[in-house]
Design a protein around this ligand. Structure first.
Ligand SMILES: C[S@@+](CC[C@H](N)C(=O)[O-])C[C@H]1O[C@@H](n2cnc3c(N)ncnc32)[C@H](O)[C@@H]1O
Length: 289
C-alpha cells in the first residue's frame, strides 16, 4: 500500500529537533550535530533552540515520552561510527533510506569522494531541500536525492535509475524506519541488499522490541511513545527481537550480523549521564567481502 503521508514527515522533524537540542543544551553531549538546528523549523525549532522551553518540553510537557530521546541521539552516533569505519576502509557509496533531516553528509568534515544517495518521500525531501537552501547546502555535488515511496517502489529500480554503481561496495543507513513499515517491506529491503549489492556492502538499522522483551519500567514509555507517533500519522507496526532478526538474516544468507541490545549499547556508546531506553536495538548486517 502506498504511503498516505501528504505532508513532510513529523517524526523526521522531531528527531531533528532532538539532535539539535542535545547538541545545544546537553552538558556532556555524546554526539554533536551543529547543522540540525539549521534544519529545524517552526515550534520544534524554538524547542530545540531555547533552553528553558527545551527543559519544559522534556521535563514536563513530554515527560512520559522524553526517555526515548537518547535512542535518537545514540543511533546517530552509532551510524557515524559505523560510517567512519567503512569510510576508512575505502567506502565510496553511502545510501540513506528514509533520510528525513539527517545531516551527516552535510558536515564540513564529510569525505566528499563518497557519493551519497538520500531516499525519502518526495514531500519530505522537497522540504529538506528548501531548508538546506539558506545555508547553501542544497546543491552539493556528492549528494543525490532520490524521491521514492519505498512501500511501493523497489530499491533496485530507485537506485538503478540513479548513478548508483551496483558493482561497488555500499553502506545503507536505515534509522527510524523499520518499525513504521510492514514486516514484508523490511524483509524486502534486506533481500535487496543480499541479492543486489556488491560484496562487503552492509546495512545498519534500529528496531523496536516486542512488548515481552521490554523490561517493566520501560513498557509504559514504549506505550506512550507508540501513541504519540500514531496520533501524528506514523504508527509503529513492526516489532522484532534478537532471535527474529537473527533467524531472518540467517535465512537470507547474511553472515555474522551484529545485534546491539540496550545493555550492550549502554556499555559501548553512552556515558554515565545517559540512560539508553530499553525499548530499541541496533543491527549491522554485512555481506562477506
Ligand atoms: C523517523 S524519520 C527518520 C529520519 C532519519 N533517518 C533519522 O534517523 O533521524 C522516518 C523517515 O522515513 C521517511 N519515510 C516514511 N515512509 C516512507 C516511504 N514509504 N518511503 C520512503 N521514505 C519514507 C519519512 O519521510 C521520514 O523522513
Amino acid at each position: 500500500m502506498a504511503s498516505t503521508m501528504k505532508k513532510p514527515s513529523k517524526t523526521a522533524e522531531l528527531v531533528c529537533a532532538a539532535r539539535a537540542g542535545h547538541t545545544l543544551h546537553e552538558k556532556n553531549p555524546i554526539y554533536s550535530d551543529p547543522l540540525a538546528i539549521e534544519l529545524c523549523r517552526g515550534f520544534w525549532k524554538w524547542v530545540a533552540q531555547y533552553r528553558s522551553l527545551n527543559r519544559f518540553m522534556m521535563n514536563i510537557a513530554l515527560k512520559k515520552i522524553s526517555p526515548i530521546i537518547p535512542e535518537i541521539i545514540v543511533r546517530a552516533k552509532f551510524c557515524r561510527e559505523v560510517f567512519d569505519d567503512y569510510a576508512r576502509n575505502g567506502l565510496k557509496q553511502f545510501v540513506i533510506l528514509g533520510a528525513g533531516y539527517d545531516s551527516l553528509p552535510y558536515g564540513d568534515e564529510f569525505p566528499t569522494d563518497i557519493k551519497v544517495f538520500e531516499i525519502d518521500l518526495a514531500v519530505t525531501q522537497t522540504e529538506k531541500l528548501a531548508r538546506l537552501t539558506p545555508i547553501n547546502k542544497n546543491n552539493l555535488p556528492h549528494i543525490c536525492y532520490l524521491p521514492a515511496d519505498l512501500s511501493v517502489e523497489s530499491l533496485e529500480k530507485v537506485l538503478g535509475n540513479s548513478e548508483f554503481d551496483f558493482s561497488k561496495k555500499a553502506l545503507l543507513s536505515w534509522f527510524g524506519v523499520t518499525y513504521y513499515i510492514p514486516k514484508e517491506g523490511y524483509l524486502n529491503t534486506l533481500r535487496f541488499v543480499k541479492e543486489h549489492l556488491a560484496p562487503g556492502s552492509a546495512i545498519i538499522f534500529d528496531f523496536l522490541l516486542p512488548p515481552d522483551d521490554i523490561p517493566g519500567e520501560w513498557k509504559i514509555v514504549a506505550e506512550k511513545c507508540g501513541d504519540f507517533v500514531a496520533i501524528r500519522g506514523e504508527p509503529w507496526i513492526n516489532r522484532m527481537n534478537e532471535s527474529d532478526i537473527m533467524a531472518d538474516l540467517d535465512e537470507l544468507g547474511f553472515k555474522n550480523p551484529k545485534i546491539f541490545l540496550p545493555d550492550l549499547i549502554e556499555q559501548e556508546f553512552v556515558n554515565s549521564d545517559f540512560e539508553f531506553p530499553h525499548v530499541m536495538g541496533f543491527c549491522l548486517a554485512s555481506l562477506p567481502e
